[in-house]
Design a protein around this ligand. Sequence first.
Ligand code: GDP
Ligand code: IMO
Ligand code: MG
Length: 469
Amino acid sequence: MSSVSHAQAPIELEPDAHEELRRRIVNRGHCAIVGLQWGDEGKGKIVDLLTRDYDVVVRYNGGANAGHSVVVANERYALHLIPSGILYPEKTNVVANGVVVDPAQMIAEIDGLRDRGIEIGDNLRLSDRAHLVMPYHKLQDGLMEQALSRARGDNQKIGTTGRGIGPCYADKAQRATGIRAGALLDPDRFRRKVAEVVAIKNVLLEALARSCDEPYEQIDAGALADEYLGYADRLGGHICDSTRLLHDAMSGGQRLLFEGANATLLDIDHGTYPFVTSSNCSSLGVHTGAGIPGHCVRSIVGIVKAYQTRVGGGPMVTELKDETGDRIREAGREYGTTTGRPRRCGWLDLVAIRYSAEVSGATSIALMLLDVLSGFDRLKICVGYRHQGRKLDGFPSDAGVLAGAEPIYDEVEGFAEPVCACRRFDELPEAARSYVRYIEKFVGVPVQIISVGPRRDQTIVRQEETRAK
Ligand code: GDP
Ligand code: IMO
Ligand code: MG
């Protein structure tokens, strides 16, 4: 059996660090990994790090808008739809009902992983309730962005990834135009459903395209159904009732690890609406997105980058449109895993993070990319917002208010030394330790993990005594 764990041996965590991870995080029970900013916090790395102590890794939201980059044995893997647990051959990976699945993308990802020696068979399961992303969703995604920016007249877009995510979730809610993965298993029914939906889409999309001065070619329902039934030949064996599978796994004493995609500030209900994605990507989405009751998930690891980034449109109070922002972008290689777009960078925003931690119920924090801040004389931390001359109380629900808010900064000492070789908390420079303590005190959640580089071993697991100091 070939897999990364049999290839060039990855450098792992020290045994005592692993033991501490088990004590503090794993032993609490089923666990959710969730971003507390606007995405790209390093969720993939932490899922990869924790997977060995769980049996099943579950994606519960989003689709191929996600890009999770995992580095094992100096090999970089970019995962979009497939859970990051796939790099461990003995684990089950589930794409649950809350995910929207582009089958062509999923097959491309499977093939790409297989080419690199990763085994994919029964270890990958796809929910029959997951909705299918169709080519017209991607078309609609692009046209809606154009139409919106024309209607507003200011070129302001949501800045989506163009992966058809919003239109697919909209069709799920619309019901009549939604198609689920399970439908692929009955070709005649699938053909009829595609014909029904395409008849409606051709009317709507033609009008939308015309309004954007774009050409429109009528979609051929038969050809589209043929294309997707071809995908069914490849994916059919992975499709199952994932809700049943997960409940059976829990009853059998297996441990579940939920891999959040996107992040809490992009959550459709609790994020910076309308500059969000279309799913519940906070930890709250686990329950509907995988069919798991709320009380089952006892450990929630909030993933926080040591500074702030955002891709696409929407307010970002601490954004730095200057040399400091450019410096963070270059040091952190802040270019999107999915679209390659440069990420907007800024200082750490603890007002936003405290809010996200509260909404997501974070029980611990993993602080990522701390190494990127090496070499700054001073670091700024946003501890409040001012709007129209008045201090705001917490994180506003209105994106317009957030857009007009100014940051109130506290300034702390930076650290000159590189930290990527540190493996224990007490090896970090004092200013870096203070930065970590500042965060956990302000947010009210312990920073359990500190990441100082993309590799597995570049990780510090806090020991109990270092938090007390
Ligand atoms: P995700 O979407 O939350 O999984 O995050 P991404 O994979 O999109 O972006 C995080 C990037 O940071 C990836 O390229 C990771 O390999 C990298 N990364 C993760 N942790 C660290 C770290 O501690 N330091 C540095 N320098 N890079 C990291
Ligand atoms: P991961 O899982 C960063 C952003 C897009 C856009 C908005 C809506 O890698 O952290 P969509 O295509 O979902 O309709 O786009 O949400 N966005 C992300 N930004 N990381 C992500 O995922 C994102 N997923 C969506 O840039 O602003
Ligand atoms: Mg990402």
